[in-house]
Write a protein of this length. Structure first.
Length: 303
């Protein structure tokens, strides 16, 4: 039996659902029950009332959020090594240090953080709703981490003072994009529309026609009449963009833009995870309760 058929059979037998991030390998996206950005996957995990098991094909912090929001379900991460380096950049000690410096300033954390960090913030946000969340927070100054570029993007959009914590947090994959590469591509495809993820640098954001989360890019590409799109985010998204828009052309702004952590999840690992029900992602109760409040606050502010 083919590996794909074995996964489909096991999935039925175990009442499992497979949720995959937009950066997952094409073959994983193709067998997933749902493919989306980080906020859509969190919501989807909560909607799956019948499921006993959620195979969360993404990275550590996303699976942790699913476990926090669904304490009654078993959340599995196919590869334990799939850890987002940006999420590791903000420790609890660092948050405490900044809170001590600015005791009256609220802390907003990007979901790309570990649950232990989320437990020390007032509200979470994703790249899809960061501007709305910051606008809704009742303060003109906000501590924000760990992505320095997203902090800068939000500061420019809202006019509020955003203090990045740490001062240097970044996504190694999105930092690879350079405006010069886009300019070269634009010489070849002058009509192309440029879509950029807000984790990219200001220089990259300045050459964008559209800035948004991975799923916001999917919607924009579908609704826009352009035929060619230059895309500045992890290469996995291009599979979904091409699949949903076969008549349009999508070009990655830099060929090497791969998140090696996301790619640790393979079809083989996903099969083993489902078969052996590993690796179970759990969050200590006291941390989960506090982190859940920050995630729920986000849902409340954006609704
Ligand atoms: P999205 O929420 O846009 O999918 O982003 C998640 C992420 O990890 C970006 O690098
Ligand atoms: Fe983390 Fe960047 Fe990979 Fe997203 S693309 S999971 S932010 S390292």
């Amino acid at each position: 039996m083919e590996l794909i058929d074995k996964i489909v059979e096991l999935k039925k037998e175990k009442k499992a659902v497979i949720l995959a991030h937009n950066y997952q390998r094409p073959e994983i996206q193709d067998i997933a029950d749902y493919v989306g950005d980080s906020i859509e996957l969190s919501r989807k995990a909560m909607e799956e009332k019948e499921a006993k098991i959620i195979v969360f094909s993404a990275v550590d912090f996303m699976a942790e959020s699913a476990a926090i929001l669904n304490p009654e379900k078993k959340v599995l991460l196919p590869s334990l090594g799939a850890r987002c380096p940006m999420a590791q950049m903000l420790t609890v000690e660092e948050i405490k240090r900044w809170k001590a410096l600015y005791p009256l300033v609220p802390v907003v954390l990007y979901v790309n953080t570990l649950a232990s960090a989320k437990a020390y913030c007032d509200v979470c946000c994703t790249s899809a709703n960061a501007v709305k969340v910051i606008e809704s927070v009742n303060a003109e100054t906000v501590l924000f981490g760990p992505d320095r570029n997203l902090a800068d993007y939000v500061q420019r959009k809202t006019g509020k003072t955003i203090i990045p914590i740490p001062e240097w947090g970044f996504c190694p994959t999105h930092l690879l994009f350079q405006p010069e590469d886009v300019q070269l591509l634009k010489m070849q495809y002058p009509e192309a529309v440029v879509m950029v993820h807000p984790e990219c640098t200001l220089e990259m954001r300045n050459v964008a026609d559209f800035i948004g989360s991975t799923s916001q890019m999917c919607r924009y590409a579908r609704e826009n009449n352009a035929k060619t799109f230059i895309v500045a985010t992890e290469e996995g998204l291009l599979h979904r963009l091409r699949k949903n828009n076969p008549e349009k052309q999508f070009i990655l702004a830099y060929e090497g833009a791969v998140c090696p952590n996301m790619k640790l999840n393979t079809l083989e690992r996903l099969y083993t995870a489902l078969k052996e029900e590993k690796h179970v992602i759990t969050v200590p109760k006291a941390i989960a309760e506090r982190a859940r409040k920050a995630l729920e606050k986000m849902f409340e502010l954006i609704n």
